[in-house]
Design a protein. Structure first.
Length: 290
């Protein structure tokens, strides 16, 4: 979507970090922005900041774990701006803990925000984006943890971020005949407030606790991470250039290559495994017949 001026964007997790970076970049580029977040207080401050800078923005408190809340936010966006062209499913949370030690509510919360929230967003907004008949774009924030194993204690986060990559890859194929671009943002370390994630844990997912968001030191390095405003500009460039995978740290390719090396090793093992060869299974035939 090369021409962004005059377009309307809806962003979740817009009161902080990368969502706020996107809101700033989009409004600087002449887009109208509906800011959505569970944190009403921060949302009001951010709306005031952007309006003071001359941006055309509005805000709505939205809990992406609630289907009704996301659909109501979509209706409100149309009411305020008359249309919606760009969706950024960006809200996300994490909780650290070993797979068997995390409570079911920990798992449920991270899945509800990071995965179900994306699904609600797509179901609520895609029909409205299509209905404009204009160019549009749909972006969801995954993570490098959507492509590689982030290490012990990252189970719910890893699982949900892999899911987001899968959902967006499918969407890319589903929208190929529409003027709607699709992107998945896979950030490395970005200096945001994600450490405060537990503050935004809805009551239904249990007590706010002081579990760390990471059991390893990945979390500590975030304060040396990229400026979230840079990520906002990067996402804007990705939308304009119709870029599917958006990475914030080009160095991270080595981890993806290593993961795929391990996957290829698995194929080699299967190809050479006597069980499949004895069964004359497809893919091993050339070996038995030659
Ligand atoms: N910070 C990083 O290094 C990093 C790396 C990879 C991916 N990410 C992803 O980037 C996205 C943005 O996170 P961030 O790092 O900017 O963190 P952040 O905490 O600064 O911003 C996240 C925002 O989401 C909001 N939020 C939380 N629960 C919500 C809910 N139920 N409904 C609506 N809003 C909710 C929070 O209030 C907050 O304003 C997330 O999806 C996160 O998983 C972050």
């Amino acid at each position: 979507m090369q021409e962004v001026e005059g377009k309307v964007a809806f962003i979740t997790g817009a009161a902080s970090g990368m969502g706020l970076g996107m809101a700033r970049a989009f409004s600087r580029a002449g887009m109208s922005v509906m800011l959505a977040d569970i944190d009403a207080e921060k949302l009001a401050a951010v709306e005031a900041e952007l309006k003071a800078a001359g941006a055309e923005v509005a805000s709505i408190r939205c809990d992406v774990t609630e289907e009704q809340s996301v659909f109501a936010a979509a209706e409100e966006t149309i009411k305020v701006f008359g249309k919606v062209n760009v969706l950024c499913n960006n809200a996300g949370v994490s909780v650290g803990g070993l797979t068997e030690e995390l409570s079911q509510k920990d798992w449920d919360w991270v899945q509800a925000v990071n995965q179900q929230g994306v699904i609600y967003g797509l179901r609520a907004f895609l029909p409205k984006i299509k209905a404009t008949g204009e160019a549009g774009h749909v972006m969801s924030t995954s993570s490098m943890a959507g492509l590689i194993n982030a290490g012990p204690g990252w189970g719910p986060y890893n699982a949900t971020k892999f899911a987001v990559v899968g959902i967006m890859e499918v969407l890319y194929s589903e929208l190929k005949d529409f003027p709607i671009g699709v992107s998945v943002l896979c950030p490395g370390g970005v200096n945001t407030n994600i450490f405060d994630a537990a503050k935004h844990r809805p009551e239904k997912y249990g007590e706010l606790d002081d579990r760390p968001i990471a059991l390893n030191d990945i979390g500590d390095t975030l304060k040396f991470g990229l400026d979230p405003d840079v990520v906002g500009e990067l996402v804007l460039a990705g939308i304009r250039q119709d870029q599917f995978y958006i990475f914030t740290d080009p160095r991270a390719r080595i981890w993806v290559e290593k993961r795929f090396d391990r996957i290829m090793q698995g194929f080699n093992w299967s190809r050479d495994c006597e069980v499949l060869i004895a069964a004359d299974a497809p893919g091993t035939v050339w070996k038995t017949k030659s």
